[in-house]
Design a binder for this molecule. Structure first.
Ligand SMILES: Cc1ncc(COP(=O)(O)O)c(C=O)c1O
Length: 384
């Protein structure tokens, strides 16, 4: 066994897990919502244990030591030097998306985003009295999802005040390049739009020859119009501990954002802070092993799709999410078809793109192999 065990399945039934409760009592392997079926890294569990032993769980403030760890991480990874006051702690990245919509522009403004996309991106503008302006990504000849700048230019109107970016991109698994990000940044500058960049998947890069570039690091001018959202939750598998952060260097933008939080956004749970610090500071070996394991799981998914008719997938550069093209299947609902075959996937229509399914491969390889086998068997019985 490797130093870290990602192979042994952990029973998550009856643990109030969102992922596993959906199919309670049914023989359906849940590969939908984006959490992994792995234990958190040992340093995170140890830090939490130590804090539990202290036994007093009063109101809390962001620990200075965590702020230092985050600032150092941004400096080392991205050469991004940020003032401590630029960090705003949040109970969730989705809260950050909502707060960005509420704090930028006016009621009735357009909020632009690229689709398909993680479903809350489609909902948050409406929840804040804004209008969603969805612009479809285009697929190139390699089946990669690309930003089509012409489509963006045609969709923008005078009242488009905010651009919601997801990078690395859920659900397509793209890591946007410096060129892509520069195009978006210039577009937002020309049209005087604020950028809210959800970078929650930035530590889940599976292609080692690619790098994550926070869009705010392109230039000081872009930093001034950007709200960056990050969290240790996806990478270190601690989303239930609810600790995320916004990095907002522009004082006015940050004040408006914080004003919208007042009396409304709860403080981060103290255990979330403890876990975040250990995750960012003490888990590099675990992280390397995780990426290695996910690369193996990605290969399993991509191989299965290559050898099975009726399915296609673009190469997953980052995240543990594969975006399956199931438009070739002669069924009314491919999500229900695979549920009947014993695998629970996320329906592309919730991401603004019917005809696709999202598969979460953040699970023990044996579980993934069993799910893929069920899917292949179901497809074999289909006249394609
Ligand atoms: C792109 C993206 N943003 C945000 C979230 C959720 O963040 P949080 O749980 O911190 O609200 C997810 C979860 O899958 C995600 O994929």
């Amino acid at each position: 066994m490797d130093a870290f065990d990602f192979d042994t399945p952990i029973n998550r039934e009856r643990t109030a897990s969102l992922k596993w409760e959906r199919y309670r009592g049914r023989d359906i392997i849940p590969l939908w919502v984006a959490d992994m079926d792995f234990k958190a890294p040992p340093p995170v569990i140890n830090a939490l244990q130590k804090r539990l032993d202290h036994g007093v769980f009063g109101y809390t403030v962001p620990p200075d030591s965590l702020v230092e760890v985050v600032l150092e991480m941004l400096k080392v990874k991205y050469a991004w030097e940020v003032e401590p006051t630029s960090l705003v702690w949040l109970p969730g990245v989705v809260s950050g998306l909502n707060l960005a919509c509420r704090s930028v522009g006016d009621i009735g403004d357009d909020v632009m985003t690229l689709t398909p996309v993680y479903p809350p991106f489609l909902a948050v503008p409406g929840l804040s009295g804004r209008k969603l302006s969805p612009v479809r990504l285009a697929r190139d000849e390699r089946q990669y999802w690309q930003i089509d700048m012409d489509r963006l230019t045609h969709a923008v109107i005078r009242q488009t005040s905010l651009f919601l970016l997801c990078n690395p991109h859920n659900p397509t698994g793209r890591i946007f390049s410096r060129r892509d990000l520069t195009d978006i940044a210039m577009f937002c500058e020309q049209n005087d739009m604020v950028i809210c960049s959800d970078e929650i998947h930035c530590d889940l890069l599976l292609d080692q020859d690619k790098a994550h570039i926070p869009i705010a690091t392109l230039s000081p001018e872009i930093a001034r119009r950007t709200i960056t959202l990050m969290a240790p939750s996806k990478t270190y598998n601690i989303p239930g501990l609810s600790c995320s952060l916004a990095i907002i260097e522009n004082h006015d933008l940050r004040s408006r954002f914080k004003q919208c939080m007042k009396g409304f956004s709860p403080d981060v749970n103290l255990l979330g802070y403890v876990a975040a610090k250990a995750a960012y500071r003490d888990c590099s070996q675990w992280h390397t092993a995780l990426i290695d394991y996910l690369v193996g799981n990605r290969a399993l998914v991509e191989d299965m799709v290559r050898t099975t008719s009726g399915l296609e997938v673009n190469h997953v550069e980052a995240t543990y999410l594969a975006w399956l093209d199931v438009r070739g299947l002669p069924v009314e609902s491919s999500a229900l078809f695979f549920e009947d075959a014993g695998v629970g996937l996320s329906d592309g229509k919730d991401f603004g793109e019917p005809g696709y399914l999202r598969l979460n491969f953040g699970c023990p390889r044996s579980t993934l192999a069993r799910a893929l086998d069920r899917m292949a068997t179901a497809l074999e019985s289909m006249p394609l």
